[in-house]
Ligand binder design. Structure first.
Ligand code: SF4
Length: 439
């Protein structure tokens, strides 16, 4: 079986490219050209019957990922299935199943059976968790088992994998030599791998045998998302030498993987102050040859726990605006606990809003929804306004809980409603639609 990128290079427009083109209001030929260049990847699985096909990359709507998964403390398969359903119901584009507790094959299969979204994961979690159980020491993991697991998980229906190929002795040396790390290491998979490399005094097998990783991904036309194992967990670590070393290597691997015919994506960057977000995205795009960028957060401050979904939304809006292609949500539980179902719903909603804000800036021609909402608001057409909102249920709930006397207004200004007054004064003057002519 050939991959999307291999077929695209042969000039073939696949059914998946047609679906992406339809969903993105684009031309199939344009999507094919971008897939061939590696600027767009298509997350799907050749053997999953009920699944969405999602395009990720330049020129496309910025996508939202919601992650779920057990931990060693809280391990309830039904709960994770409910959370996966919540991710889908709230409108995320992809799901990551990141379990690290209990029967990991069982959780993954239950989630895959219940969900239509392309599902991604981090195979290192299961590999190291099982090694920890078996040998009482995750550093005793046999790398062969890691490759076996990657294949098993792909065969189950995983469409994209975050794999930490870019951590190598070079990037660890940069970490040791720079003499600081204010936020320590924050990637679970990355830390497992760094620990294994230090304990065994060996190179990362996923870096050494990168062609083998790509061959497995190609077998299932999965997207290889190059994990950001030394990402910054504090804004003071943003763009430090260790993180940049890994980013350079990931960007190099993105190019190598593409040459081998594998769909490639790069991950980053963790905690990044607002003024560095645009630069971070520019670096990833420039160094990787415009590979799709999967952004975690980014969190532009470190002290917002409890509201870190809002912190991250501010980062996500900026990241989307400057070219990030897929954004992983952050929930209110970030830095504090395993998210529950309510956290998941809130996380997806606010990330969708953040990404929408970013896309409004990134694609000025795609502001029709904003215009229609504003017109409905100006004309006090409440039903239309609610219908056009991103979260009509929430808006309606608030409005109904505080109903006005005059149903054309709301209880904010009541009888002094500026909208109503403005419309009655200037109705004839403000009905024009000149903006559409200039866009
Ligand atoms: S009452 Fe005030 S807040 Fe409510 S619709 Fe009118 S102008 Fe807007």
């Amino acid at each position: 079986m050939k991959t999307q990128i291999e077929l695209a290079r042969e000039g073939v427009v696949t059914p998946q490219m047609e679906i992406v083109a339809r969903n993105e209001n684009s031309e199939p030929g344009d999507i094919r050209r971008q897939v061939a260049l590696g600027e767009v990847v298509i997350a799907h699985h050749p053997q999953r019957k009920h699944q969405r096909v999602v395009g990720i990359g330049s020129g496309l709507r910025t996508k939202v990922n919601g992650s779920i998964g057990t931990s060693s403390d809280i391990c309830d398969i039904d709960l994770e299935v409910k959370k996966a359903r919540a991710v889908q119901e709230e409108g995320a584009d992809t799901l990551m199943e990141l379990s690290a507790g209990g029967d990991l094959d069982a959780v993954r299969r239950a989630v895959l059976a219940d969900c239509d979204l392309p599902v991604g994961n981090v195979p290192l979690y299961q590999a190291f968790c099982e090694a920890a159980r078996k040998y009482r020491n995750p550093n005793k993991l046999d790398p062969e088992y890691l490759f076996e697991l990657i294949e098993r998980q792909l065969a189950d229906g995983i469409s994209f994998m975050a794999i930490h190929c870019g951590i190598n002795q070079f990037s660890i040396e940069r970490l040791k030599k720079q003499g600081f790390r204010y936020g320590g290491l924050v990637s679970k998979g990355g830390t497992f791998m760094v620990s294994w490399m230090e304990y065994n005094q060996k190179e990362n097998p996923l870096y050494e045998q990168f062609d083998r990783v790509c061959a497995l991904m190609k077998k299932y036309d999965a997207v290889l998302s190059l994990g950001n194992g030394i990402r910054a967990g504090a804004i003071h670590d943003s763009h430090d030498r260790a993180q940049m070393a890994e980013m350079i290597i990931n960007c190099e691997l993105a190019e190598l993987g593409r040459e081998m015919g594998c769909q490639m994506m790069v991950e980053g960057p963790g905690h990044v102050p607002l003024d560095e977000i645009a630069g971070n995205i520019m670096l990833e795009k420039r160094m990787s040859g415009n590979a799709p960028y999967y952004v975690l957060g980014p969190l532009p401050a470190d002290c917002g726990a409890g509201y870190d979904h809002v912190t991250a939304a501010i980062g996500a809006a900026n990241a989307a605006r400057h070219g990030a292609d897929l954004i992983c949500y952050i929930t209110p539980a970030e830095h504090l606990a395993l998210p529950n179902e309510a956290d998941v719903r809130e996380g997806v909603r606010i990330t969708r809003l953040a990404v929408h804000i970013g896309d409004v800036a990134k694609y000025p021609k795609r502001r029709e929804q904003e215009k229609q909402v504003s017109l409905a608001r100006r004309d006090t057409r409440w039903e239309d306004q609610l219908r056009l909102l991103m979260f009509p249920d929430r808006a309606e709930e608030i409005r109904k809980s505080r109903s006005p006397e005059n149903e054309k207004t709301c209880t904010m200004c009541g009888n002094f409603c500026a909208m109503e007054r403005g419309l009655s004064l200037f109705e004839k003057d403000i009905r024009g639609d000149k903006i559409s002519l200039s866009l």
